[in-house]
Design a protein around this ligand. Structure first.
Ligand SMILES: Cc1cc2nc3c(=O)[nH]c(=O)nc-3n(C[C@H](O)[C@H](O)[C@H](O)COP(=O)(O)O)c2cc1C
Length: 390
């Protein structure tokens, strides 16, 4: 049987030559996650959420869908015979360069606990969360002691309508549609993200928005131009379907164009670290492409430092993302300016002054909000059995 299609080999060589040119890579890179081919195996936990006979595993199948920095999924759980759930920080999943005190990782644990608690309520159970039951780690790093112990009680469950968005929630990593978010939506997001120990604020005032957009770009540039902090992201970048499916974590760059660039040798860690490469330039351009559609910012402040406020802020951030989903909006928390390493400190001070952070307070999350441009691409998750210890 003859095949009437043209011989693909020369065509593919030509394609690779074209996509290998820097102009094409730079133009295409910001669009790629939106057309990303996410391998089904990597997103299986989204489809399995809420299934299963064992109640703790059923609740955890939701919790592992929580937002978390760099999609590291820094959690580990034990299921002791007393029926509780004990949450730990996985010591192999840390961000020592961009998150030296593990503040952001702790926020991710907070989001995990909020989702767990909402899933429990939907199952008729009240999750009683005891943070740091064996003592609170200091400000330097998390340690081997549990982050929380969760007891599931039969009385007092209060189902939360926001939980309906748990399977829809997403972090939007590409430009928003250029359409304004209504002031009533901002007000609803502020309400959703305000909880005990967390104050949410927001702005749509053009001058403040422009200042925050500018800070977002400058903070990104600092991170990308500081080799050790940029390398941390590069090392967690998974290029192409095979790598994404193998790791099921990190920053996913999938889709036809990425596969082609990978085959052309354009997507290696060495290229990513080379300031003269198209890959490097695409990174710098990417954050700039977010500016035109960003007209709404929120930030979450805790009045105190410490680990419990970090958990509370993570819980508030999850609620903010769910409320955004309920309103048909999407969010992204560009966190660079909040990160605690020396090169960021001067810009961080400028940012803190801009949002009026007072002595003793900490802005834990900074979030841009907008309208999606299409269907969200699910981010990968590791399988639940890989998170349960023992
Ligand atoms: C503390 C924290 C910091 C984050 N920082 C960023 C960030 O700087 N840029 C970004 O695009 N997403 C950021 N995220 C979102 C994660 O990248 C996202 O949750 C993860 O990739 C999983 O994707 P999903 O939220 O769509 O499930 C952050 C999330 C948390 C909890």
């Amino acid at each position: 049987m003859s095949d009437s299609r043209p011989n693909p080999a020369p065509a593919r060589r030509g394609f690779i030559r074209i996509v290998g040119s820097s102009a094409v890579i730079a133009a295409a890179a910001p669009l790629l996650p939106a057309c990303s081919a996410m391998p089904d195996a990597a997103t299986e936990p989204w489809r399995l959420a809420g299934r299963g006979e064992d109640v703790r595993r059923r609740l955890l199948s939701w919790a592992i869908l929580a937002p978390n920095p760099h999609n590291l999924q820094p959690w580990m759980v034990e299921l002791p015979a007393d029926g509780s759930i004990v949450l730990f920080a996985d010591p192999t999943r840390t961000l020592p360069m961009t998150d030296p005190p593990s503040r952001q990782l702790t926020l991710g644990h907070g989001a995990f606990l909020e989702l767990l608690s909402m899933a429990a309520a939907a199952d008729g159970l009240r999750a009683e969360i005891e943070p740091f039951p064996a003592g609170e780690p200091g400000p330097e790093r998390l340690d081997a002691r549990p982050v929380a112990r969760v007891r599931l009680l039969r009385e007092g469950a209060r189902p939360d309508p926001l939980f309906a968005q748990a399977g829809v929630r997403t972090t939007w990593k590409t430009p928003f549609a250029e359409r304004a978010v209504g002031p009533e939506a901002l007000a609803a997001l502020v309400v959703a993200a305000t909880r005990p120990g967390v104050v949410a604020s927001g702005t749509q005032a053009p001058e403040r928005v422009a200042a925050l957009n500018d800070i977002m770009v400058r903070a990104w540039d600092i991170e990308q131009r500081t080799p050790r902090t940029w390398k941390e992201s590069v090392d967690l970048t998974r290029v192409g379907a095979a790598e994404i499916a193998r790791h099921r974590d990190g920053i996913s760059l999938g889709g036809t164009m990425m596969e082609a660039l990978r085959l052309a040798g354009q997507m290696t860690p060495e290229k990513a670290m080379d300031p003269g490469s198209s890959y490097f330039k695409a990174g710098l351009d990417r954050v700039r492409s977010w500016v035109p559609g960003t007209g709404t910012w929120l930030w979450l402040v805790t009045p105190a430092a410490g680990r419990v406020p970090q958990l509370e802020a993570g819980r508030a951030f999850l609620r903010l993302q769910l409320q955004a989903a309920a309103l048909g909006l999407v969010t992204q928390p560009p966190s660079q300016v909040l990160q605690e390493y020396p090169e960021m400190r001067a810009l961080q001070r400028e940012f803190e002054a801009r949002v009026g952070q007072r002595e003793g307070e900490k802005v834990q999350m900074l979030v841009r909000v907008g309208h999606p441009t299409g269907q969200a691409v699910r981010s990968p998750r590791r399988a639940l059995q890989d998170v349960v210890r023992g």
